[in-house]
Ligand binder design. Structure first.
Ligand SMILES: [Zn+2]
Ligand SMILES: [Zn+2]
Length: 239
């Protein structure tokens, strides 16, 4: 046995891999998720908003009620799961250090959206940046971990060095749509203005109103990026 393998074995004994759905231990044989737990999750599915990717009740509609009245700065977005079926998992991934979930998230993103992602022909995947002092406090930016997992699965370079969050914004859930916009005003800044991307995919854990993606997309538009898409792990349904 190589030293590296022994190290890996010790790590897996001390920190056994957890299932992204129930948080119970998964053994090597079970892979990344319990078989029984795969039945508990709900995918966003095929009947979704042509703009934000939110699941739609009515398949006749092209856009959700939000996108009918909002002009988004991004071109289009796609999500893997319906939020309610995976909310606990996303919460632990974000706040309880369950970074290993990203392996499953990356794999399932490729399995469900891989061909869509490939067809976009993106030059880079860009995670939504976190305010640096906040990132240091949490220890990681979950959007970045997710972006890296997706980039690895789909063979697209991940760039976390092109845009930064320069303002500590208030969590969006506490704000109405107007305050959301002013909250995000000047929140993001390009750290490099000479990037030559034609097409990028932004990545975050959850899609709510899209105002964060809009704010980031506007920065990339300004430097001439032509097509801007996003991918999130989870998205709510139309209410
Ligand atoms: Zn499980
Ligand atoms: Zn929509």
């Amino acid at each position: 046995m190589q030293t590296g393998e022994i190290g890996e074995m010790l790590v897996s004994l001390l920190y056994p891999r957890r299932c992204p759905v129930c948080d119970g231990i998964v053994t090597g044989k079970e892979g990344l998720i319990h078989d029984s737990c795969t039945k508990k999750i709900r995918f966003a599915g095929k009947t979704t908003c042509m703009k934000c990717g939110k699941p739609l009740e009515n398949s006749e509609e092209e856009y959700c009620s939000d996108c009918k009245r909002t002009k988004h700065a991004f071109d289009r977005g796609f999500s893997v799961f319906r939020y309610r079926s995976i909310s606990g998992s996303v919460y632990r991934f974000k706040y309880s250090g369950r970074r290993e979930y990203a392996d499953y998230y990356g794999k399932i993103t490729r399995e469900t959206l891989g061909s869509t992602i490939k067809a976009l022909g993106a030059d880079a995947i860009v995670p939504i940046p976190m305010y640096e002092p906040k990132r240091r406090q949490r220890g990681y930016n979950q959007a970045e971990i997710l972006a890296k997992a997706i980039g690895k699965e789909c063979n697209i370079p991940v760039r976390n060095d092109v845009i930064k969050r320069v303002k500590n914004t208030v969590p969006m859930k506490y704000l109405d749509s107007r305050s959301r916009r002013s909250n995000l005003k000047n929140a993001f800044n390009m750290s490099q203005n000479d990037v030559k991307f034609k097409c990028i995919i932004l990545v975050d854990d959850i899609y709510t109103t899209g105002s964060t993606f809009d704010a980031v997309a506007r920065q990339f538009r300004r430097i001439g990026v032509e097509r801007i898409y996003f991918i999130t792990l989870a998205i709510g349904q139309v209410v």
